[in-house]
Design a protein around this ligand. Sequence first.
Ligand code: 5GP
Ligand code: ZN
Length: 137
Amino acid sequence: MSDCIFCKIANGEIPTNTVYEDDRFRVILDAAPANEGHCLVLPKKHGANIFELDGETVSDAFAVAKKIAEAVKKSMNAEGVNILQNNGEAAGQTVGHFHIHVIPRKSGDNVTIKADAIELSDEEKQNICKKISDEIS
Ligand code: 5GP
Ligand code: ZN
């Protein structure tokens, strides 16, 4: 994708802080980090989101995210790590090239990742459960 900023970064056309690179992935520091050591795992192959990228690249990207989570936990003296991955504008995705956020966390830090629970009846839960399970082949 010639006009995709993360394609250009992942493939080295635009230089940036790279913490890890192999033939299929580049891991960079987020330009507007939520915390010190906030990294983004970028596949070099373009796919807009989890729906458009092939399953093998998605699962291998999560294997890279595990490696990065371990590295940032140790190097940033973090107590925990959030792994976030947004798909679609409605889900907060702002860059249309699949990426995984790896965010080191310490108790009392200023990062807020929060969703208020919605109320559902048992019947509604059963209907939702059936709808989703019917879609899984
Ligand atoms: P999203 O909201 O799509 O899940 O996350 C996009 C992330 O990419 C944001 O956290 C944003 O700060 C980061 N970002 C956007 N443009 C650039 C860039 O040009 N360089 C880097 N290093 N990060 C970027
Ligand atoms: Zn791209």
